[in-house]
Design a protein around this ligand. Structure first.
Ligand code: ADP
Ligand code: MG
Length: 360
């Protein structure tokens, strides 16, 4: 377990067009922290991990792992991967097909020339940790996807590395298994903290697992904070959109009232009251509500008149797209209530009120 410090990290690729995969990136990871790198495909997540692992040579910057510098471009210092004490877990489990689970998990210990007896104890202990102690004598082909991923996880952890790198390790699992392994991984880290960088493009994974999360954009970190901080106070439109706050409603104050376009904001006043500047309200689809009429708004709710553009049935909820004045579209995930709830007969073209909490 170790503190990690990255500064000025840059990695360019001379393709057509040339790409700056990682652009002057600074990042400090605390001891025992589970840091999630979140961002869309192509934003530089994998390249950042590969630079940390020593699989990619950066064009500039420094990388410090614990007390030792593992990369310093200015000093021409570049420790090879096997000299950095790092565990890795990938999307493709990359298990050796001809080796048993026991041999697969023990591989990093063998590479470190650990004594057989000591290694075997450590393999069994780690296998227990990820609940695959009963699989030790099987071959990868005899395991389910979830079991294979647990073995890969054990292999990444077995040598108690200073840092464990995860590159979208859950994305090949089906949805149910993904939730399960995610929960197990979270519990494991709570029980036995290790320093980790976990790459994903899935915001729910980031929120569930990260002690902090870094939102990446074009090789840079756009925002870094606890999941709560990023979720509640996204630093930019890009971050807000990426973590699912897809609704942006710009309001302005005119003629003594808050307005969206020419329509009055119904219900509660927006804060700051009587400000003359515009306010942008971001509302997550599951924090918004559809009301049948303006007078059914709660005292703390604001509302905008809207017309239903699309309704998708989702079992216990509806995903509704509404259009407000000016053609701007907003999304609502609405829980369906008991019979008699107007949502049960909601249809395209209906007039509704897009409502949200102004205290939130
Ligand atoms: P992510 O993991 O976030 O999807 P990557 O780190 O894989 O992003 O890629 C970042 C950028 O660098 C992309 O534009 C990608 O095309 C480019 N890139 C990555 N690896 C290479 C490579 N080996 N050669 C050329 N371009 C690359
Ligand atoms: Mg990637």
């Amino acid at each position: 377990m170790s503190h990690v410090s990255v500064s000025g990290l840059t990695r360019r690729f001379n393709g057509r067009p040339p790409a700056v995969a990682v652009a002057d990136l600074d990042l400090d990871i605390e001891d025992g922290e589970f840091l999630v790198l979140l961002g869309p495909s192509g934003c530089g997540k994998t390249t950042t991990l590969r630079c940390l692992a020593g699989l990619e040579t950066p064009d500039s910057g420094t990388i410090r792992l614990g007390d030792s510098i593992v990369f310093d471009q200015a000093k021409r210092l570049n420790l090879p991967p096997n000299k950095r004490f790092i565990g890795m877990v990938f999307q493709s489990y990359a298990l050796w097909p001809h080796m048993t689970v026991r041999k697969n998990i023990g591989y990093p210990l063998k590479a470190r020339k650990m004594r057989e007896a000591l290694a075997s104890g450590q393999v069994e202990e780690t296998a227990k940790l990820v609940d695959c102690q009963d699989l030790l004598d099987r071959y990868p082909a005899q395991l389910s996807g979830g079991q294979q991923q647990r073995v890969a996880l054990a292999r990444g952890l077995v040598a108690r590395p200073d840092l464990v790198l995860f590159d979208e390790p859950l994305s090949n699992l089906d949805a149910r298994l993904r939730d399960q392994v995610r929960a197990e991984l979270h519990e494991l880290h709570q029980r036995k903290p290790f320093t980790a960088v976990f790459v994903t493009h899935d915001q729910s994974e980031a929120l569930a697992l990260g002690t902090r999360m870094a939102i990446m954009r074009s090789g840079r970190i756009e925002q870094l904070g606890s999941p709560q901080e990023v979720f509640e106070d996204p630093a930019s439109e890009y971050v807000a959109a990426f973590i699912g706050m897809s609704n942006r409603v710009a309001a302005h104050f005119a003629d003594g009232a808050w307005k969206f376009g020419t329509a009055d904001v119904l219900g509660a006043m927006l804060r700051p009251e009587r400000s003359t500047s515009d306010v942008t309200v971001r509302v997550r689809p599951d924090d918004a509500r559809l009301a049948a009429e303006a007078d059914s708004l709660a005292p703390h709710e604001a509302g905008v008149p809207a017309v239903v553009a699309d309704v998708e049935f989702g079992g216990k909820h509806l995903d509704v797209t509404v259009e407000v004045e000016g053609g701007h579209r907003l999304n609502v995930r609405a829980d369906i209530g008991r019979s008699g709830d107007f949502l049960q007969v909601l249809a395209r073209g209906d007039r509704v009120v897009f409502a949200f909490d102004t205290n939130a």
